[in-house]
Design a binder for this molecule. Structure first.
Ligand code: PEP
Ligand code: MN
Length: 371
C-alpha cells in the first residue's frame, strides 16, 4: 500500500481575503446570470443590505438534464464586471475548465468556485489548477456531489499545490438515494471531519443547495453558524419565482436580509470554544441520526401500506400474530446484541406495530369508502 502522504494546506483566512471581514463571510447572488437587468437589479438590492462580501452568479451552468437553461456564457462576465463598477461588490462565478478560468481572469472576476459536479473529477480539477498557476485569485471548492471526503480533499490539495493561498471549502450537501427533507443531505459529519483534518481551512456553508426550498434555508444557515462555519453562500434573485434555475430555493434580496439579520452568531470565546464545538458536533450527529430514524420509519410505514393493499386484494386479515411474534423475537435478539434493554425494544416495536396496523386499516377503509 502506498504510504499516506500527510497533507497541509497553506491558506489565508477568509476574513483577510479582501479588506477584512468579520464572521460570517457572505456570498450571495442568483443561481444563474440570466440577463443584464436581472444581474444588476439583484446586485444593487444586495449591495443595499450592506451584508454581502461577494456577489455570485453562475455563467456556465452544469445542469442534470439537457434542454434546460445552461447559462449565458461570456456575456454574463461583462455583466459581473458592470456589477463591480456600479455597486462596488466583488464578484465570483463557477469554473469547470481552463477556458472558464481564462475568461474570468480576462474579465476581472474577483474569485472562483469549483462546483459539486467538477470536484469529483481529478482531470477537470487538475486542468483548473494548471490554469491557476501563478495567479493570485481566491478559490472555493464545493464538496463533491457524492459523499466522499477524499475527493473533496484531493481537489483542495490540487488547487493548493498550484499556489492558491486564498482557498476555502464550500459545504453544499450530498446526493443521497434515500428521501430526506433536503435536496442534498447535509451529512454534517463531512465538514466536521474536514475541519479536523485542516483546522485552519475556512468552510463556507451553502444552505440553498442543501435545503432546495426557501423554507428550510434559515434552519440550515443557523446550524452552519452553530457549527462555527466561516460563512454562507446563499442564492438570491430579484424575482425568485421566475428564475431560470433553482427557482424554489432562491430568496428575494429583502428576504435574504431578514434571514441574515435573524441569525444568531455566537462568537466563539477562547474559554469555551473547544467545549462548545465538541458539544455542537455531537449534537449534529444526534440530529442526523434522528433524521435518519424518522426517514426510515416513514419508509417502513409506506411498505406496511403496500402490504395492506396486497392483503386487501387477497382477502387476508390485517393482524397475523405469528408474523408479528417472529418480528418481535428477531428485534429482541438484535437489541440484546446491541445493548438495548428488552423493555425499550418492546415499547418501541409495539409503537411501530400499532402505527403499521393503523396505516393498514386506513388502506382497508379507503377501499370500503370507494365501494
Ligand atoms: C450553484 O452554485 O448554482 C451550483 C450549480 O451548485 P452545486 O455545484 O453545488 O450544485
Ligand atoms: Mn443553483
Amino acid at each position: 500500500m502506498a504510504p499516506k502522504v500527510p497533507s497541509v494546506l497553506d491558506t489565508v483566512p477568509i476574513g483577510e481575503w479582501f479588506n477584512g471581514h468579520t464572521r460570517p463571510f457572505i456570498i450571495a447572488g442568483p443561481c444563474s446570470a440570466e440577463s443584464r437587468e436581472q444581474v444588476l437589479d439583484t446586485a444593487k438590492a444586495l449591495a443595499g443590505t450592506g451584508k454581502v462580501q461577494l456577489f455570485r452568479a453562475g455563467i456556465w451552468k452544469p445542469r442534470t438534464r439537457p434542454n434546460t437553461f445552461e447559462g449565458v456564457g461570456v456575456d454574463g462576465l461583462k455583466w459581473l464586471a458592470e456589477v463591480k463598477e456600479t455597486t462596488g461588490l466583488r464578484t465570483i462565478t463557477e469554473v469547470a475548465n481552463a477556458a472558464h478560468v481564462e475568461a474570468c481572469l480576462e474579465h476581472g472576476i474577483d474569485a472562483l468556485w469549483i462546483g459539486a459536479r467538477t470536484t469529483p473529477n481529478p482531470f477537470s480539477v487538475q486542468e483548473i489548477a494548471d490554469a491557476l498557476k501563478g495567479v493570485d485569485i481566491p478559490v472555493l471548492v464545493k464538496n463533491p456531489i457524492n459523499p466522499d471526503i477524499q475527493l473533496w480533499v484531493g481537489a483542495l490539495e490540487r488547487i493548493s499545490r498550484a499556489g492558491v493561498k486564498r482557498l476555502a471549502a464550500i459545504h453544499r450537501g450530498f446526493s443521497w438515494f434515500d428521501r430526506t427533507p433536503f435536496r442534498n443531505s447535509p451529512m454534517w459529519e463531512f465538514p466536521i471531519k474536514l475541519r479536523q483534518m485542516f483546522p485552519d481551512l475556512d468552510i463556507v456553508c451553502d444552505p440553498s443547495h442543501i435545503a432546495g426550498e426557501r423554507s428550510l434555508i434559515s434552519y440550515v444557515a443557523q446550524k452552519a453558524m452553530d457549527l462555527n462555519m466561516s460563512g454562507l453562500m446563499i442564492e438570491s434573485h430579484i424575482d425568485p419565482a421566475n428564475a431560470l434555475s433553482d427557482a424554489e430555493q432562491q430568496l428575494a434580496p429583502k428576504d435574504l436580509q431578514d434571514l441574515l439579520e435573524g441569525l444568531v452568531i455566537r462568537e466563539p470565546d477562547a474559554g469555551d470554544m473547544a467545549f462548545r464545538s465538541t458539544l455542537e458536533e455531537l449534537r449534529s450527529i444526534i440530529d442526523e441520526l434522528d433524521d435518519e430514524i424518522i426517514q426510515k420509519l416513514s419508509a417502513r410505514f409506506s411498505i406496511a401500506e403496500k402490504i395492506g393493499e396486497y392483503k386487501r386484494d387477497n382477502n387476508v386479515t390485517i393482524l397475523q400474530i405469528e408474523r408479528w411474534e417472529q418480528i418481535m423475537r428477531k428485534q429482541l435478539e438484535l437489541g440484546d446484541k446491541m445493548d438495548l434493554a428488552e423493555e425499550f425494544i418492546n415499547d418501541l416495536m409495539n409503537a411501530i406495530h400499532k402505527e403499521s396496523i393503523r396505516r393498514q386499516e386506513g388502506v382497508m377503509n379507503r377501499e370500503l369508502a370507494d365501494r
